[in-house]
Design a protein around this ligand. Structure first.
Ligand SMILES: Cc1cc2nc3c(=O)[nH]c(=O)nc-3n(C[C@H](O)[C@H](O)[C@H](O)COP(=O)(O)OP(=O)(O)OC[C@H]3O[C@@H](n4cnc5c(N)ncnc54)[C@H](O)[C@@H]3O)c2cc1C
Length: 281
């Protein structure tokens, strides 16, 4: 199908983009890897597309106050090639190769994925697992929203239609940081039937600050809080059991909810071993 007619504007700055968004029924265009499909299928019919690809400064990676700041326009492929991401944001580095295929990773952006918030996507779950922050510019200025409150429902987030996500901040990994990632998809590169992104702090042999965030099992990334507590107590079996109450995945085109819950238990054991420094199951 072809999209409904729309006007097109290139934003020259974040302020310009916000102004264009303010006066129109508009959508931002970043990598276009989700937006163009929704336009073509006429799931969305904005009057104006605001292209932010030429906005200077949004593709930077920088550091301050123990955090790594990843600009919204940093493309997946750029992040995959950046040594600082591998060293300081290892969970993101683990997740990136699972996103689609090279052609998609050449265009798709970190900000587009976090902003779009597909519940089966890898990066929104990593963002929550790392307890990140979204930097949002809007008509009333800039605000910072914690990942735990960013996602509010299916494709709903703290972003309003007038906002631009300019960057995400993540804590820089230290020698105590442990991360884990696993997903089960029908073919490599497909959206996952179920996936798990995790982070924790390792103090001697014990884990603390355990954050287990599943994707593909709900309307947003889902924290498994019972399993987090069990893992912090060192009990993998109890963590796997807790999945039954932590998660209530709906049936979808990929699999029935009961299957997804079963897969989540498998993923939990694999990721728990990564967090504990052992081999994957
Ligand atoms: C064949 C195929 C397979 C794919 N497989 C996967 C996969 O396995 N895992 C996965 O995670 N994704 C997958 N994707 C989607 C891909 O990751 C997209 O790149 C991502 O969902 C959106 O990023 P984008 O930069 O392309 O954003 P766009 O498509 O340009 O925008 C998506 C939405 O986010 C909004 N938006 C974008 N940037 C901002 C911003 N800075 N501030 C506010 N709003 C913004 C747009 O207005 C739009 O509504 C796949 C896509 C395709 C076509």
């Amino acid at each position: 199908m072809k999209p409904a007619p729309f006007a097109y504007a290139k934003a020259r700055s974040v302020a310009d983009a916000i102004e264009l968004l303010a006066s129109n029924d508009a959508r931002l265009l970043a990598g276009g890897q989700s937006l163009i499909a929704t336009l073509n299928m006429r799931l969305s019919r904005p009057q104006l597309i605001v292209d932010i690809n030429r906005v200077p400064g949004l593709d930077r990676i920088s550091f301050s106050n123990g955090q790594i700041e990843i600009g919204a326009l940093v493309r997946y492929a750029q992040a995959e090639r950046t040594a600082e991401i591998a060293a300081h944001a290892p969970l993101i580095a683990k997740a990136l190769p699972y996103i689609g295929h090279p052609a998609i990773r050449n265009r798709g952006t970190i900000g587009g994925s976090i902003a779009f918030g597909d519940p089966a996507a890898e990066l929104p779950a990593c963002f929550v697992a790392l307890d990140g922050e979204a930097i949002i510019a809007g008509p009333s200025g800039t605000r910072v929203v914690k990942a735990d409150t960013f996602y509010q429902g299916l494709f709903e987030s703290a972003l309003t239609p007038r906002d631009v996500l300019t960057a995400v901040r993540l804590p820089v990994a230290t020698s105590e940081t442990r991360t884990g990632f696993a997903e089960l998809a029908r073919r490599h590169g497909d959206y996952a039937m179920a996936g798990l992104a995790a982070s924790a702090r390792a103090a001697s042999k014990a884990l603390s600050n355990v954050r287990l965030v599943f994707f593909g099992v709900g309307t947003t990334p889902v924290r498994a809080r019972g399993a987090e507590a069990a893992l912090a107590a060192g009990d993998i079996d109890a963590a796997a059991k807790a999945i039954a109450t932590d998660l209530d995945p709906p049936d979808d085109v990929q699999a029935r909810g009961v299957v997804k819950r079963q897969l989540a238990g498998v993923l939990l054991r694999r990721v728990a071993r990564q967090l504990m420094g052992g081999k994957e199951a």
